[in-house]
Design a protein around this ligand. Structure first.
Ligand code: FAD
Length: 287
């Protein structure tokens, strides 16, 4: 059933810092196309170990200056020293940035030293200790559980640590099974957590890439979706039409079931996110 409701909730988008002049130009176009949708913020990823630090800074600066969209830089802590994180926080404060996504990150291959932080809760605690309430802090949540978690209970307890350390809200890893999200929300409520937990939405545009990402991050592509995507083979148009339909339905189910908004993993492309946005009848900034 396709509902035609409009949803006054919080919608945000995510970008990664481009690696070349060509991809930077593409991201500029993407931002110009998405800006009229008035997302409530745009987040920009940060390679663990500081691998994209300068490019993240540059991307944050440019989006802020050229689009007027509020920017929420990601900050991952694995492999980092406290002095370095402190400098980054000072840099963002000096640019009047007030919103961060705080993460552990994954050790880049070849990097051996974990640095001064082991888990994201330590980063959240550090940011609060250094900057008080200056930043609105988002953390990551995993409705299908983090791939390195000991078990589901331990992962939930670890999520709670991040909230207790001072997180204001969370964005989930992407998923295609709405029940995983609703069960996760129930478990959080039972633990007494009542922060907004916004589903991360990954549009479906490329099966091979999606399968690779999903294996790496522990997101499940349900068999019925996988089989359909495999069957499209080189027929990209049909695959994208199917992907748009499936993800738009997922978004409606999540919003109708009480999700406080949606966070789109744009992969630096405007088209897929815009199509879902229009399918849902999302108007603009949250009320
Ligand atoms: P944590 O919350 O530290 O959890 C990692 C693992 O450790 C989990 O298994 C957890 O159960 C366990 N754990 C947590 N705390 C403790 C504790 N105190 N004691 C024992 N065990 C614990 N990666 C990047 O490098 N850059 C990005 O910009 C980026 N953006 C992301 C944005 C979103 C919305 C999401 C969902 C993920 C993002 N990631 C990014 C990926 C993320 O860094 C990885 O998933 C990483 O493996 C875990 O990061 P985390 O912050 O969830 O870690």
């Amino acid at each position: 059933m396709k509902s035609q409701k409009t949803y006054p909730k919080a919608y945000s988008v995510e970008f990664f810092p481009p690696k070349s002049a060509e991809s930077a130009a593409k991201l500029r176009e993407t931002c110009a196309e998405l800006a009229p949708l008035k997302p409530c913020f745009a987040s920009v990823t940060f390679g663990a170990g500081g691998s994209t630090q300068e490019r993240t800074f540059e991307t944050v600066r440019e989006i802020k200056q050229t689009t007027g969209i509020d920017v929420a830089p990601h900050l991952s802590c694995i492999g980092s020293a406290k002095a370095n994180i402190r400098q980054i926080l000072d840099n963002y404060k000096s640019q009047s940035i007030r919103h961060l996504v705080a993460l552990r990150g994954d050790m880049p291959s070849g990097m051996r030293e974990a640095g001064e932080f082991r888990h994201a809760n330590e980063l959240v605690e550090f940011i609060r200790g250094e900057t008080g309430d200056h930043f609105f802090i988002e953390v990551a949540a995993y409705p299908e559980f983090h791939p390195q978690a000991l078990n589901a209970e331990a992962d939930l307890r670890n999520f709670k640590r991040k909230v207790q350390a001072g997180a204001d809200a969370a964005i989930t890893q992407y998923f295609y099974n709405a029940d995983a999200y609703f069960r996760f929300m129930d478990a959080c409520e039972k633990m007494g957590l009542d922060l907004p937990i916004v589903p991360g939405i990954m549009p479906i545009t490329n099966y091979v890439q999606l399968a690779r990402f999903s294996d790496a991050c522990g997101a499940e592509i349900p068999r019925w979706i996988r089989k359909r995507l495999e069957a499209y083979g080189e027929d990209v148009k049909s695959l994208r039409a199917f992907g748009l339909d499936v993800v738009s339905d997922l978004c409606r189910t999540l919003l109708d079931g009480g999700a406080p908004g949606l966070h789109f993993y744009t992969m630096n492309q405007a088209g897929p996110t815009t199509s879902i946005w229009h399918n849902l009848g999302i108007q603009s900034k949250p009320v």
